[in-house]
Design a protein. Structure first.
Length: 449
């Protein structure tokens, strides 16, 4: 079954008041992509990422062009920074991205929300990846931290993720795939019995280990206990799911990638699409409120020129994500690395849009799932060549149940990005006066309702 989430790391402000209110976002998804964007160059060329407000409308940059038509569903947040520690480092950025603590020495926001507003869901936390564990990737390649200094890997296989969540079938892709439903009570009882055995064995083992090994095992034990608590709540979703129980009775996942080819570049897009389908199905059926989708990992060797159907597709040329990100000191359009890097960034933004479209297609209340959701687009550095941690590229989509006014550009003036994370928590019903280091308030002006 794998590790799930850890128990609450900290209690901040007044969560009991926040949870008493039904106003705000019902769910949140963090959508991560690796290796930054074409931001401010080493030679000082202006960023080619940031959107601008002009005459009451939003002007998208060329990297953000795939969001055309969705500008009114987004807030384009400019000017946030992650602090100077490990500036110029992919790993340092990944560690700070969702923790806002240098070195990853804090719990990440997704895990904090899973332990607070999301804890009553059948699955408090859902962390899905697409080739995020390729070549044995571990440690700082991941962005989710159940406890300080200890990241956890995502579930990289859509089949296993789907099986864990649903008592359904994985089928070949079809034009339409119905939503899914939780596993049967029989399966839940089986899972509980397996957990009982493993918890007893691991607890006994913990008493015989040294300090370092015991610390690692204790993190895993707490994750198992959280799964156990989640299984006991499978019949008590925290909010009414937008999809009726009838439409969740026959879950299907359209996915046909074999285990043998799962780490090949040619199938990367299909894996990412399947993981987005799993995430949206799980949230539509009320199984989770907090999710992370991680596409690859930083310093990625993913050969993006081998992804069929993309604008950078060239099966005779191997252009890797990290390779393209080191495009040089300036924005030179005669440089293939730079041109391909721009195309890669647009591809990621197009996938983010595809996730928003999935949410916008499902009715909920007097709107859609997107109206009641927050979806954060993020990466671990700003410019891919300089590895700067300033002017970080963040886009936040969704109206959070009316608490966030979208269709605008926010200039933040160099605030720490923890203010944005605190605002997301507040919109989720867990009001925070800052999150992580050097963050002292939720980002002013983001929450309007």
């Amino acid at each position: 079954m794998g590790a799930a989430v850890a128990a609450p790391f900290s209690t901040l402000l007044r969560p009991e008041l926040a949870r008493a209110s039904g106003h705000g976002a019902r769910r949140v998804i963090f959508f991560y992509f690796p290796d930054g964007v074409a931001g401010r160059s080493q030679d000082g060329d202006a960023s080619l990422w940031e959107a601008r407000g002009s005459g009451g409308r939003i002007v998208l940059s060329e990297q953000l062009e795939p969001l055309a038509g969705f500008e009114d569903r987004c807030v384009f947040v400019n000017g946030l920074q992650m602090g100077g520690t490990d500036e110029g480092s992919h790993p340092g950025g990944a560690k700070k991205l969702l923790t806002n603590v240098d070195g990853g020495n804090g719990q990440s926001l997704d895990q904090f929300l899973a332990s607070t507003v999301g804890r009553s869901a059948p699955f408090p936390h859902l962390y899905l990846g697409a080739q995020a564990t390729v070549n044995g990737a571990s440690g700082d390649k991941f962005v989710s931290y159940p406890t300080a200094g200890t990241p956890t890997p995502p579930e990289d296989d859509p089949r296993r993720a789907f099986a864990r969540l649903f008592d359904g079938s994985v089928v070949a892709p079809t034009p339409e795939s119905p939503s899914g439903d939780p596993a049967t009570e029989l399966e839940l009882r089986r899972q509980r019995s397996v957990l009982d055995v493993h918890l007893a064995e691991l607890t006994e083992l913990s008493s015989r280990l040294g300090r370092a090994e015991k610390r690692k095992l204790d993190v895993h034990l707490e994750s198992l206990r959280t799964i156990e608590r989640g299984l006991s709540r499978m019949d008590m979703p925290p909010v009414d799911p937008p999809v009726s129980s009838a439409s969740c009775e026959d879950p299907r996942l359209a996915y046909d990638v074999s285990d043998e080819t799962r780490f090949e570049a040619a199938v990367f897009g299909r894996i990412l699409d399947a993981q987005m389908d799993v995430m949206v199905q799980a949230m539509a059926c009320g199984l989770t409120r907090v999710g992370v989708i991680q596409g690859g990992h930083h310093t990625s060797e993913l050969i993006m020129s081998h992804i069929p159907g993309s604008e950078m597709y060239d099966p005779g040329y191997a252009m890797r994500s990290h390779q393209a990100s080191h495009y040089g000191a300036r924005h030179d359009r005669s440089n293939r690395n730079f041109v391909d890097y721009l195309a890669q960034r647009r591809w990621w933004v197009a996938k983010y849009r595809a996730l928003l479209e999935r949410l916008a297609a499902i009715p909920e209340g007097d709107g859609t799932m997107l109206d009641h959701t927050l979806v954060l687009l993020c990466t671990e550095v700003s410019d891919g060549n300089t590895h700067s941690h300033r002017d970080m590229p963040f886009v936040l989509a969704g109206n959070a149940g009316g608490t966030i006014a979208t269709g605008r550009v926010m200039e933040t003036g160099g605030r720490r990005h923890g203010d944005l994370l605190a605002a997301i928590a507040t919109a989720m019903g867990e009001p925070l006066a800052g999150f992580g280091w050097d963050s002292r308030e939720a980002l002013p002006g983001l929450i309007t309702g």
